[in-house]
Ligand binder design. Structure first.
Ligand SMILES: [Zn+2]
Ligand SMILES: [Zn+2]
Length: 169
């Protein structure tokens, strides 16, 4: 994810395009293994203001994940922005809001991963209306109802009992 910025350094105020496509190795984050299913795609621009570089880009990745409701594995696509400032030869601790670059090259890798994990959904669903698994028999309810459906009390079970009791009075 490196690119030369020597031209941009000489032409402050001009915008230069970023177009990166890169194969990614699996990565571990927060106890989760992220297996990328296609190359990362980054498109945007960068400009030099005389002091620092400003990168403004959109990234897209696709990775394999597990549905939080039905546990099915599927490929999730995620788009996220990378809007970052790069200052020459700063130490990481000096300025938390900026990244460092050395000589005439910017490496987007760290900014890419930081923004990716900032936007990574905590839970993933194979589809927004995934019905999940039956809590009793474990059947995937997207494939149809199971026999335990009728006596599964759920949140309205208590209400039903109440109504029945009232009828008897
Ligand atoms: Zn699902
Ligand atoms: Zn069931």
């Amino acid at each position: 994810m490196k690119f030369s910025v020597s031209d941009a350094q000489k032409r402050a105020g001009d915008f230069f395009p970023i177009l990166i496509q890169e194969e990614l190795e699996p990565d571990d984050y927060a106890g989760r293994r992220i297996v990328f299913m296609k190359p990362a795609y980054i498109e945007g621009s960068y400009t030099f203001d005389g002091k620092a570089f400003h990168v403004s880009a959109e990234a897209e990745v696709a990775y394999e994940t597990e549905c939080a409701r039905c546990t099915k594995k599927f490929v999730e696509t995620l788009q996220f922005p990378i809007n970052e400032t790069f200052v020459r030869d700063i130490a990481w601790s000096e300025d938390d809001d900026s990244y460092s670059y050395t000589s005439e090259q910017i490496d987007l890798r760290q900014a890419f991963y930081d923004n990716l994990y900032l936007h990574l959904p905590i839970i993933s669903l194979c589809k927004s209306d995934c019905k999940g698994l039956c809590p009793k028999c474990g059947r995937d309810l997207n494939e149809g109802a199971c026999d335990c459906q009728s006596d599964y009390s759920g949140p309205f079970g208590a209400l039903k009992t109440l109504l029945n009791e009232n009828k008897e009075v």
